[in-house]
Design a protein around this ligand. Structure first.
Ligand SMILES: Cc1cc2nc3c(=O)[nH]c(=O)nc-3n(C[C@H](O)[C@H](O)[C@H](O)COP(=O)(O)OP(=O)(O)OC[C@H]3O[C@@H](n4cnc5c(N)ncnc54)[C@H](O)[C@@H]3O)c2cc1C
Length: 391
């Protein structure tokens, strides 16, 4: 294996990955960071940032060249999400959700379906959402009630979804609905169906008021005799659960990258503040208790990052244990982001608790990485199951 980049634990970045990371870092520092506080305060989707990402081909990263993408690997996508999230967690999530929604098409779509939908997603002209969760089906998708009933060449979908990122602004939503209620195994009851959001019967019931990632709209959806061609189904009937689980193997590293980026942003903000804030006649960065906080923050962020990069390499290489690697990366990165951002607020003292500085936003943003795409408890279940099945 030949690599040009500097050593990063057991991982080395290629020349292309280093260049892309640097380009996204500059974009994030110069164009995204100055908007982050306002995006959080206003709590509306930043259309200008979406345009910025489209103009700079950032949406193109996870798509194949034949669909207008850059044909990059998972680690390259992760580097971009990390750099964007370091400046603004909502912006990192724009890229992560676009990839989350596209993965079912990439892994289960026919060539015709991929040609139809992926180019618009790669250019950023179209947005997509991924709709699994329902009011009574969060950690346990077997509780999904949304029904898709076959009627000639169409499905008629009735039901609803809750907590769906970007669904109120998306052009497409991948909906997981029950098509085979009688299937003996709950995991064979669902199908994945791509719904164009301008179809009659598709309704955004409301959007949520949230603690963090406040520029990312989270929508409740209602489907009332929503008619969609059977040709919009991804994969076979009954494969929906498997498609969702395979999707998480490639999308959870994106949430881990968001977490590592948030943590890195907090480390940098805290170090800068510790150099400048004086108490007892000297910078607080000279106090050993502050130094210990900063050192632990830096070390744990670096550890989470290296684990994430290794997980990406394992998943990209086709390991049989992809679900475990994705879960480990998200578990460690999410918990790290929560701890590091909380400690960053501590370094800032009372100033950490007000919105004059970014660390209070980062602490609120970090919390979601422990919750969505499977809570930390669900990640632990996956890791434990994998471990026990091997021993
Ligand atoms: C901002 C935001 C954006 C989201 N975006 C999307 C999206 O785009 N698409 C989508 O489909 N969903 C999305 N979600 C939904 C998210 O994935 C769910 O909220 C999450 O999976 C948890 O489900 P729940 O909220 O119903 O919690 P519950 O499943 O009710 O869990 C409650 C508590 O019980 C614990 N628990 C549950 N089962 C177990 C178990 N077996 N063992 C141990 N502990 C357990 C959980 O860890 C948690 O602590 C989003 C949520 C939020 C808040």
């Amino acid at each position: 294996m030949t690599h040009n980049g500097p050593v990063l634990g057991s991982t080395r970045l290629t020349e292309e990955q280093l260049l892309l990371r640097e380009a996204v870092r500059v974009l994030a520092d110069e164009r995204v960071a100055p908007r982050a506080a306002a995006i959080d305060r206003e709590g509306t989707f930043p259309e200008d940032i979406r345009q910025l990402l489209a103009e700079h081909d950032v949406f193109a990263i996870p798509f194949a060249e034949r669909h207008g993408g850059l044909g990059a690997d998972l680690l390259t996508l992760i580097l971009a999400i990390e750099q964007l999230s370091r400046a603004c967690a909502t912006t990192g999530l724009i890229l992560a959700v676009q990839s989350l929604g596209a993965i079912p098409i990439q892994i289960a779509g026919t060539e015709e379906q991929q040609d139809r939908w992926l180019p618009g997603l790669a250019s950023g002209e179209k947005l997509i959402a991924f709709a699994l969760t329902e009011p009574d089906a969060g950690s346990d998708p077997s509780g999904i009630r949304t029904r898709a009933v076959r009627d000639g060449d169409d499905y008629v979908i009735d039901g609803g979804k809750r907590f769906i990122s970007h669904a109120s602004i998306a052009d497409y939503v991948v909906v997981f609905a029950v098509t085979n209620p009688e299937a003996p195994k709950p995991s064979r009851r669902l199908s994945a169906i791509l719904v164009e959001t301008d179809r009659p019967g598709f309704k955004v019931a409301r959007t949520e008021h949230k603690m963090g990632v406040r520029g990312s709209p989270t929508a409740e959806l209602a489907f009332d005799r929503l008619r969609v061609p059977v040709a919009n189904r991804l994969g076979e009937e009954g494969q929906g659960f498997a498609i969702a689980m395979q999707t998480f193997e490639r999308s959870r590293p994106g949430i881990a990258a968001q977490a590592v980026g948030i943590a890195q942003g907090a480390v940098e903000a805290a170090a800068a503040y510790a150099n400048q804030r004086k108490q007892f006649g000297r910078p607080i960065g000279e106090l050993q208790m502050i130094q210990a906080l900063l050192a632990d923050m830096d070390a744990s962020t670096e550890a989470a990052r290296h684990l994430l990069y290794t997980a990406c390499e394992e998943i990209e290489a086709g390991t049989a244990d992809a679900a475990r690697w994705a879960a480990i990366a998200k578990l460690v990165a999410g918990d790290t982001a929560m701890r590091v951002t909380t400690d960053a607020v501590q370094v800032f003292g009372g100033y950490g608790y007000i919105d004059e500085y970014p660390v209070e936003r980062m602490m609120r943003d970090a919390k979601i990485t422990q919750l969505y795409e499977g809570t930390q408890q669900i990640q632990r279940l996956i890791v434990a199951r994998s471990l026990l099945s091997r021993s």
